[in-house]
Structure formats: structure tokens, C-alpha cells
Design a protein around this ligand. Structure first.
Ligand SMILES: [Zn+2]
Length: 219
């Protein structure tokens, strides 16, 4: 597949170049609307220091895949409060950020995303292709992932699983939405951030696990 390895490439001060064996892929959403926004956040030092927070890949709304750093390397992307000594979970996993505003709040006939205390419009309630109505972790609506974007993520996941011999295994359906670090610290396959953090919403209920599963069953 076509991957852009130049536009948002990080410097070696912005991730850890050391290579690690990979047996886990973790899906995230950016809680934003652009790949450039994620890039701007990750390259900005805090108190004069690079934070080395990033994922190897960001998939934009139009399906463009950006490689921010080589997937053999690693960066902080899980932010786990416990159960991650030596950042072993960050090191053994490949993070994929999918550009998506995430949880939405209904205000009258429109759905807003989080800036300005959920004061920015994402879509109207009549624009049913742009969101899903599903309760998850305190929200009733989540922004939809465009099909072109989901298809790109599916190809990326399948390619990485082949390349790194990561099991093409998804968590059982009930487990996909669960916060269960005890289980996921051992899990090999494809998971999402919500499995490792109780306070995260990604990948949320709008993600089409069935389509990913179908893609992974093909060679
Ligand atoms: Zn995340």
C-alpha cells in the first residue's frame, strides 16, 4: 500500500529508535480532525524536552497513511498508569492513530466535539453518515470513520501483521470494549487503547471490527 514516510516524519529525538519485537497492534483515535494536528502536538517540547509521545502511523480522514517513525522502533503511546513497568507494553506494540474527533455531545439538533467544552459543531443530527449513536464510557454519540479511512487502516493492519508475524487475532466481541489490563498485557493481536486505559474512549463504538476481521481472514 502507499505510505507517506516524509511529510510528518519525526526526528530520532522525538521517538526511541531502538528496535523491539512486536506482537501487538493498538488502535487509537486522535480526538482531532487532522494528521497535522497530531504532528504539531507530538513535536512540541514540554518544559524544553521532547516528550517522545507518538504512534508509528497516523491515518487521515481521506485514507492517507503517514509513517511518523519506523514501526520497529517505539514511542510512548499508551500512557498506562500501572502495569507497564519498563514501558514493555509501549515497546512491544505498534500504535496506529486514526484521525477522528471521537465522542460527541448533542446540543439541540447538532452534535458537537470536544473543543470549547463540546462547543464546536461536528455535524447535524440529520447527517447520519457522520456519527453513530451508541453509548460508551459516558457518551451517547461518536464520530464515524469514513469508509476510505477504515479500508486504509485494514490494509495497514494486515500488512503489519504479516511483516511482524503478529497474530491476526481480535479480542472476543465482549472483550473489545473492556478495560482489562490483566488480559491485554498478555494479549497478542489487535487491540485498542480502551482495553488498557479506563479513562480513554478510543477506539470507541464507531469502529467496524467485523470488517477488519473479514479483511484479516484473507491472505
Ligand atoms: Zn489513544
Amino acid at each position: 500500500m502507499k505510505i507517506d514516510r516524509t511529510r510528518f516524519r519525526l526526528t530520532t529525538e522525538q521517538y526511541f529508535p531502538a528496535e523491539h519485537k512486536k506482537d501487538l497492534i493498538v488502535l487509537h483515535f486522535t480526538a482531532g480532525t487532522t494528521a497535522s494536528g497530531a504532528h504539531a502536538t507530538w513535536v512540541t517540547p514540554v518544559n524544553g524536552r521532547q516528550q517522545r509521545v507518538a504512534t508509528a502511523y497516523v491515518v487521515d480522514l481521506d485514507g492517507t497513511v503517514y509513517e511518523f517513525f519506523p514501526p520497529e522502533a517505539w514511542a510512548y503511546h499508551l500512557g498506562m498508569k500501572t502495569g507497564n513497568p519498563g514501558w514493555v507494553q509501549d515497546k512491544r506494540s505498534i500504535g496506529i492513530e486514526i484521525v477522528n474527533p471521537g465522542p460527541l455531545k448533542a446540543v439541540g439538533e447538532q452534535l458537537n466535539w470536544y473543543p470549547k467544552n463540546f462547543g464546536v459543531k461536528w455535524c447535524g443530527k440529520e447527517e447520519t453518515a457522520k456519527y453513530v449513536a451508541a453509548k460508551y464510557r459516558g457518551f451517547d454519540y461518536y464520530a464515524a470513520f469514513p469508509e476510505v479511512q477504515q479500508a486504509a487502516v485494514r490494509e495497514l493492519v494486515a500488512g503489519l501483521a504479516d511483516r511482524f508475524a503478529i497474530p491476526k487475532v481480535l479480542p472476543a466481541e465482549k472483550q473489545r470494549t473492556a478495560f482489562d489490563p490483566g488480559f491485554f498485557q498478555q494479549f497478542q493481536g489487535i487491540a485498542s487503547h480502551q482495553n488498557l486505559r479506563a479513562d480513554k474512549f478510543d477506539i470507541g463504538p464507531a469502529w467496524d471490527w467485523a470488517a477488519l476481521e473479514a479483511r484479516l481472514e484473507r491472505p
